[in-house]
Design a binder for this molecule. Structure first.
Ligand code: SF4
Length: 277
């Protein structure tokens, strides 16, 4: 296992990172989670054009309670795999990129892992970005949305909401978690008229059921706040992490969806009046 601390900035989230916060005493981890004055981050990456509008600075948090079969970054599951980063240090990073992000019509995205595992840090770092005039986005699986107050939600410019499946059993099979909290959060965001981009990972044989997608597209279309849908074709780029972490990977034989399948799914969302890509 790697123990030497790499730079906070990474070329991509596909760098394998483990044990970077393991020296932090448990009491300090608890205190960080309660206060949000320190977070645990896999890394920062720059130049993303797929995690919100424009060119983005992305902070990848560690800690996730889902166990998605296709997860590309299982090293982010464990909180203390991440680098302990003070809020001040994270803010300094934001300041460094502020002007460039503004010029490129981009912003800051907090992704993971599941950022709301560290909800107090998420609130503070997103507020810091917003106070600098940076557009903010939260990329979340949605199941911990209740941790954010209505006011805190209003301070986030965009939620990138990942919905993994419409069908409760298939959702549980795919993620090991329940779908209901995710859908409740989606409805709450709609009631508050918060802008949402829906993200849907398309995995042949696992999330491509036409009826499920029809129901999900109907739901998303009726919410009224979904500005676009991103269909993310499954790929195998994260497989090496499962191997290196000695995790059992069940998708070795799954191939990326064909262009025809992607187009069929895209059309299902388009048919409900949504922008889909
Ligand atoms: S929610 Fe995201 S980080 Fe968590 S297991 Fe699923 S794909 Fe991985």
């Amino acid at each position: 296992m790697q123990t030497e601390q790499p730079p906070l900035e990474a070329a991509s989230p596909f760098e394998l990172r483990v044990n970077l916060g393991k020296e932090v005493p448990e009491a300090d981890v608890r205190s960080a989670l309660a206060s949000g004055d320190m977070g645990f981050l896999h890394s920062f990456t720059t130049g993303s054009t797929v995690d919100g509008p424009g060119v983005r600075l992305v902070a990848w948090t560690t800690g996730c309670h889902f166990r998605c079969l296709y997860c590309h970054n299982p090293d982010t599951w464990v909180l203390t795999n991440g680098v302990p980063v003070t809020l001040a240090k994270a803010t300094e990073q934001l300041r460094k990129y502020r002007n460039g992000l503004r010029l490129m019509g981009g912003g800051f995205t907090l992704s993971g892992g599941e950022p709301l595992m560290q909800d107090r840090f998420a609130v503070k770092v997103l507020s810091a970005a917003r106070n600098m005039g940076i557009h903010t986005a939260l990329d979340t699986n949605g199941s911990l949305g209740e941790r954010l107050s209505d006011t805190e939600l209003e301070n986030i410019d965009l939620v990138l909401l990942d919905i993994k499946s419409w069908n409760p059993e298939r959702h549980r099979h795919l993620t090991s978690a329940a779908i209901e909290p995710v859908l409740n959060f989606a409805s709450r965001l709609a009631a508050q008229r918060r802008p949402v981009w829906l993200r849907f990972v398309l995995v042949p044989g696992l999330s491509d059921n036409a009826e499920d997608i029809e129901s999900l597209a109907t739901f998303a279309g009726e919410l009224g706040n979904v500005q676009r849908v991103d269909i993310l074709p499954f790929h195998q780029m994260g497989r090496f992490k499962w191997t290196r972490l000695q995790l059992s990977y069940s998708l070795n034989d799954v191939v990326p969806p064909s262009p025809e399948l992607v187009e069929r799914v895209r059309q299902q969302f388009l048919d409900k009046g949504l922008q889909a890509y």
